[in-house]
Ligand binder design. Structure first.
Ligand SMILES: [Zn+2]
Length: 386
């Protein structure tokens, strides 16, 4: 790279350090260690460092800036948490075999966090754009407490990049589905299954009807899926079940499809399949869809030009998985995701990162940050809209 020669060995030893710290979303001590690592790194670069505690149940969220401006040209987003519980590192710590690095969170997304750091570190401070970096402590549990902060930062930024992994074929992500999760509690009436079953009201039977009805709401054509992912209920085989519970996961491309599902569920609460059944629904987590706006499409064209100069053939992908990019898109800021290294099998023990993708992808991110054209193209649209 131009100003600072990129040192892959240093990067990999930093990555080893980070991967070998368990940092599941609920592991506040682990998240704090990751946070300290980056707070020190950015303080060394002379950046403004802020830490926020949005709730006692999650770790600190971090904000780094290279200027005193409240508005930024670029918002760079990442998350410090993983989906893996405490003790995972002990079972399978960081390792490299052939060209692949393994370990919990290696691609989702400890490498992406480092990519941001190495890319901005190599920028010329004299000519660098204004950058805000936001590191979330609990993205993997739907950013429950962080999303208002992310939306606020998005509104104050012209362009946002997320360094979640690039797809296995190297594609960047410009479209993600929205996501909503619900807990549904069924309250029936318990009774002896042999002596007086007619006095009972089975929450499990009601739940069964719901599973069938909810599954029918899946519509692949519109991209809407409803998955009844978890169920529980009953206390014993000879008891009509008083209580049952389901947790469902909905993915959707447009708010109107989610509204429809919520309407159907509300109707079923009012008119249950079994007379007298009491049902409560609560929303567990939510992300709006990340749909590319025409601003995003324009940004994609500019990114393709930059990538071409670097001899990277740019491909684009859509995915059903959510990220913090979803909140950015709904705030109206164009956002591109997948700017981390290339890898795959996230959330599994086979998660990997392609070692030889690290340098070219950091190079791409750095070039994008340096490309005045990118910011100008969005700025000109923003001016027109005003
Ligand atoms: Zn992730």
């Amino acid at each position: 790279m131009k100003n600072n020669k990129f040192d892959i060995d240093k990067y990999l030893s930093d990555l080893e350090h980070l991967v070998n710290i368990d940092s599941g979303s609920e592991d506040i001590d682990g998240i704090k260690k990751i946070a300290e690592f980056f707070m020190n790194k950015y303080a060394e670069l002379g950046w403004r460092v802020k830490s926020f505690n949005f709730d006692r149940s999650v770790g600190p969220c971090l904000e780094f800036r290279n200027t005193d401006n409240k508005d930024s040209d670029f918002l760079l987003l990442g998350h410090m948490d993983t989906v893996f519980p405490l003790g995972t590192v002990k079972q399978r710590s960081f390792k490299i075999t052939d060209n692949r690095a393994y370990g919990p969170g290696v691609i989702d997304m400890k490498s992406g966090l480092l990519s941001i750091y190495y890319a901005v570190k190599s920028l010329n401070p004299e000519t660098a754009p204004s950058i805000c970096i936001a590191l979330n402590s609990h993205e993997e549990i739907s950013s429950l407490f962080a999303y208002p902060w992310i939306e606020k930062l998005a509104k104050k930024s012209k362009i946002a990049f997320v360094t979640e992994p690039a797809r296995a074929n190297g594609a960047l992500v410009k479209k993600r589905k929205g996501l909503a999760r619900y807990t549904i509690i069924f309250n029936g009436v318990a009774a002896h299954a042999g002596v007086e079953p007619e006095k009972g009201l089975s929450s499990i039977t009601e739940l069964g009807h719901w599973i069938v009805a909810l599954s029918k709401l899946t519509d692949y054509e519109s991209g809407t899926t409803v998955n009844v992912g978890l169920i529980e209920g009953g206390t014993a085989v000879n008891v009509v079940a008083e209580k049952a519970k389901a947790i469902i996961d909905v993915r959707y491309e447009d708010q109107k499809f989610l509204t429809n599902i919520e309407n159907v569920m509300n109707e079923m609460v009012k008119k249950p399949f079994l007379n007298g059944m009491k049902i409560e629904i609560s929303r567990l987590g939510w992300r709006p869809p990340m749909n590319p706006s025409w601003k995003t499409e324009k940004l994609c064209k500019e990114i393709e030009k930059v990538a071409k100069e670097l001899e990277i053939e740019m491909k684009w992908a859509a995915t059903g998985g959510g990220s913090d990019g979803n909140f950015v898109a709904s705030a109206g800021t164009p956002v591109i995701d997948g700017l981390g290294p290339i890898g795959g099998r996230a959330h599994s023990k086979n998660e990997y990162m392609e070692v030889d993708s690290v340098e070219p992808r950091i190079g791409l991110l750095r070039e994008l940050l340096e490309s005045v054209r990118l910011v100008q193209s969005i700025q000109s649209i923003n001016n027109e809209v005003k």
